[in-house]
Design a protein around this ligand. Structure first.
Ligand code: NAD
Ligand code: TDX
Length: 330
């Protein structure tokens, strides 16, 4: 198997590549990644099965050549941060929509199997007391420029499957955490704020709920779908990890030896989604997938230890990220 992984130098893509190298040592992996501010070749260090092609998914000849020489493609490449999409939406339209279009045209031309990575945010948000969770047939209702471009990319994949017979699957996963996540995201931002001697920053009231999953569990779900998923189907990936942001900040503070109330409330995110929750029963029942990282406290402790031990990895991103937040008052 020669597997092409777009966005494989980012947080989740590189975790998936490491997972594949460990689980399928005879596969060849080609990572196709532009190495934007969010990509880092160090995330792939020491992986002998992996070759990196640094190029833009919107560059038609480059993506076409990469697809032509692969057996299958897993598509992670995206602009991924909601806050960035609120002040600079164009790269999201370009990479998430136009990039996915270019990839679809290539897999169509070369008749290659595609797995498309998406997010639970395409379904919009839920009330705190809504007993319903997102399911594969939940109507799309995205809120932000980020989630609307991810929704658009999913709809392109669906249309290319139906209209042109492209052999694809889609997965929509909830919020990931773990090592190698960019410090712009919630959990690494708070850990590194504390490591730098500052206070965590909670948007608004902190009542917003996210459904946390360890990135290793996301990767095992994607591999199961790539190998055993039914063509044409959408699978939701989640590990029943709902928690509100305030509870997560309090736990990080406790695990790092600080008072649980040692945080600041900052300006809320405009249009801030209230709650996400995934019903992953289709993935569990059809493919027998189970999350292995069920202890959030232990997973968070290990993640904190990773950021403590890898200051050189995150420190260069930190200054630039906080400068951006300062402009936004967050
Ligand atoms: P990330 O921002 O850490 O990584 C994105 C990667 O894509 C980077 O390596 C970047 O260099 C690359 N990239 C960006 N634009 C590119 C372009 N034009 N051409 C080629 N490569 C490009 O993102 P992540 O958090 O690892 O998310 C990966 C995927 O998973 C995304 O599709 C995202 O929508 C989806 N997802 C993320 C989460 C989450 O919690 N982070 C949850 C569900 C789904
Ligand atoms: O400093 C912060 N304080 C805070 O309270 C930051 C950065 C975030 N937040 C809140 C906003 C959200 O309610 O924490 C929650 C999580 O924020 P993010 O890490 O920015 O994630 P979110 O917007 O939920 O989106 C994430 O999950 C779905 C990923 O970034 C997406 O790529 C994925 O699709």
């Amino acid at each position: 198997m020669r597997l092409l992984v777009t966005g494989g130098a980012g947080f989740i893509g590189s975790n998936f590549v490491r997972h594949v190298c460990a689980e399928r040592p005879d596969w060849e992996v080609v990572v196709f990644d532009l190495l934007t501010y969010a990509g880092d070749r160090r995330n792939l260090a020491g992986l002998e099965q992996v070759k990196l092609v640094q190029a833009d998914i919107c560059d038609e000849p480059a993506i076409d050549a990469a697809v032509a020489s692969a057996d299958a493609v897993v598509h992670f490449a995206a602009e991924s941060h909601n806050d960035n999409s609120l002040h600079s939406p164009w790269p999201f339209v370009q990479t998430n929509v136009v990039g996915t279009y270019q990839l679809l045209e290539s897999v169509r031309r070369h008749e290659k199997r595609l797995h498309h990575i998406s997010t639970d945010e395409v379904y919009g948000d839920l009330e705190l007391d809504d007993p319903a969770k997102f399911r594969p047939d939940t109507a799309y209702n995205p809120s932000s420029p980020y989630s609307s471009t991810k929704a658009a990319s999913d709809l392109l994949v669906r249309a290319w499957m139906r209209s042109f017979g492209v052999q694809a699957t889609i997965s929509n996963c909830s919020n990931n955490y773990g090592p190698y996540q960019h410090v712009e995201k919630f959990i690494p931002r708070q850990i590194t704020e504390i490591l730098e001697g500052r206070r965590p920053k909670l948007y608004g009231s902190g009542e917003n709920v996210r459904d946390w999953i360890h990135t290793e569990d996301h990767s095992s779900g994607v591999l199961a779908i790539l190998e055993r998923g039914r063509i044409g189907e959408t699978y939701l990936i989640g590990a029943d990890g709902e928690r509100n942001n305030r509870a997560v900040v309090e736990l990080i503070l406790e695990l790092m030896g600080r008072e649980r109330n040692d945080f600041d409330h900052v300006n809320d995110r405009p249009g801030h989604d209230l709650r996400y929750a995934i019903d992953a029963s289709k993935l569990r029942e059809e493919l027998g997938w189970r999350p292995r990282y069920n202890d959030f406290r232990a997973g968070l402790e290990a993640t904190i230890a990773w950021y403590r031990a890898n200051v050189a990895w995150w420190h260069p991103q930190k200054l630039e990220t906080e400068a951006k937040y300062q402009v936004l008052g967050r």
